[in-house]
Design a protein around this ligand. Structure first.
Ligand code: ARG
Length: 464
């Protein structure tokens, strides 16, 4: 049957193995909406240009409406022998619309058709992802707002460094996800460009109106100009738009993965900073006491899978001569899986973040452990006139003494502290407190609760 799908040129049918090997319909059928949308825009333009008749266009439109109903209801019969989504839909159209169906492919190739379909589909997915990213950011902003005043230890090298507001820590992720959203918006501009008209590789001799098709498919730039691929060879052969989407998705997953790692640590008994809602945890089949953070662990794991897709797509592209090669059929599964994984992950995180219970007591106790306010003491001495390097050295001595006595700096009596520097006075205890340390960092971008609340307001305005 397959030999007939091509032409009289073929003298023997394709073997079943080759058919299975070369076909993509099992996975590319998810492009069906974009395929029909692109075909309808192409057909309307062919009619407007007098290349097909109005009657043909009407027959194509009726046929496509019927096909859409069949696919939606599950009644459409996808045939492996028809290779891909494009040929399956075209064959059915010809059954329904006769010669009009056979005229649809005038001035078009599957090469510009598939590039158009993937772009249309991906554009819609980018918009869905943007909405999910906004949802996740809103959930993080809400928890940041509730915990502007909650003190936790900030870490460098996973060693206690300086006290920070838990809200401030959450807002760090909001910044990351905001940049991810910007990156996707930028990628979208290059995704949203029209390949149709490139035909197989060289363009076409029919008087196609590419601008009309671009407008019908809402492929326009910020200035409202039609966004059309300007070189036919490039239009059908590059998949850089899919690669850069996957790169942006990988970065976003890396951000999710870092958050996951922190949630996992914070949930462990050694930290005890947070609890996840039970519905996001799982038990153990043997250890009755367990509540495991499977969701963040899986997100961390799935990040590897998305990064793998990025490497896969780059590798897919690197050796291809111009123009279209069948290699490009291999772009779909990694791209689809990237979209599915990212969407599921963002959706689940937006929900999970809202269900985090914070244990402020545990955070505060941890913040009191590692001399987190030592820098504040040094800054205090600088204000009393010491050069910073000397102050740094002085505080190192104080920390050494406090460590030997197994007490916090704030637990050293004033006489003891004065021995390190006589300029130290009673007001040092406010400086050595966690709150004092937090409140002191009120410059733009700092961790002071006032600053956190100002950032919360800014993000809320931005996110609407
Ligand atoms: N299924 C193919 C793909 O995904 C469509 C284009 C095939 N074109 C061709 N000349 N074999 O890329």
């Amino acid at each position: 049957q397959k030999s007939q799908a091509w032409s009289a040129l073929f003298s023997e049918p394709m073997s079943e193995l080759v058919q299975r090997y070369t076909s993509s319909v099992s996975f590319d059928q998810r492009l069906w909406r974009a395929d029909i949308q692109g075909s309808l825009a192409h057909a309307a333009m062919l009619a407007a240009q007098g290349i097909i008749s109005r009657d043909d266009l009407a027959a194509i439109e009726r046929g496509m409406a019927q096909i859409a109903r069949e696919i939606e209801s599950g009644g459409f019969e996808w045939k492996l022998a028809l290779e891909d989504v494009h040929l399956n839909i075209e064959a059915r159209l010809t059954q329904l619309a006769g010669d009009a169906g056979k005229r649809l492919h005038t001035g078009r190739s599957r090469n510009d058709q598939v590039a158009t379909d993937v772009r249309l589909w991906l554009r819609g997915e980018i918009d869905a992802i943007a909405a999910l990213l906004a949802q996740l950011q809103r959930a993080l902003v809400d928890i940041a707002d509730q915990h502007a005043e909650t003190v936790m230890p900030g870490f460098t090298h996973l060693q206690v460094a300086q006290p920070v507001s838990f809200g401030h820590h959450m807002l760090a992720y909001v910044e990351m996800f905001a940049r991810d959203a910007q990156r996707l918006a930028d990628v979208r501009r290059r995704v949203n460009q029209l390949p149709l008209g490139a035909a197989a590789l060289a363009g076409t001799s029919y008087p196609l109106d590419r601008e009309m098709v671009a407008r019908a498919l809402e492929m326009v730039d910020e200035d409202g100009c039609a966004a059309i691929c300007q070189n036919s060879l490039d239009a059908v052969s590059d998949r850089d738009f899919a690669i850069e989407f996957t790169a942006a998705a990988s970065l976003c997953m890396v951000h999710v993965s870092r958050l996951s790692e922190e949630l996992i640590l914070w949930m462990s008994q050694n930290f005890g900073f947070i609890q996840l809602a039970d519905r996001f945890t799982t038990g153990s089949s043997i250890m009755p006491q367990k509540k495991n953070p499977d969701v963040p662990e899986l997100a961390r794991g799935k990040t590897g899978r998305v990064v793998g897709h990025l490497v896969g797509l780059l590798t897919l592209m690197k050796g291809q001569p111009l123009a279209y090669n069948k290699d490009n059929q291999e772009d779909k599964e990694p791209l689809f899986d990237t979209v599915d994984t990212l969407k599921d992950t963002l959706r689940i995180f937006a929900e999970m973040v809202g269900g985090i219970t914070v244990q402020p007591g545990a955070m505060e106790r941890a913040a009191l452990k590692g001399y987190a306010t030592a820098t504040d003491l040094a800054d205090y001495l600088v204000k009393k006139g010491l050069p910073f390097r000397d102050a740094h050295e002085t505080v190192a001595h104080a920390v050494k003494t406090a460590t030997a006595l197994q007490v916090d700096l704030a637990q050293l009596p004033l006489v003891e502290l004065k021995r390190f520097n006589p300029a130290i006075g009673q007001d040092v205890y406010e400086v050595l407190s966690l709150r004092g340390s937090l409140n002191a960092r009120r410059l733009l971008g700092g961790t002071a609760p006032d600053q956190v609340r100002a950032q919360v307001a800014r993000h809320r305005q931005r996110l609407g």
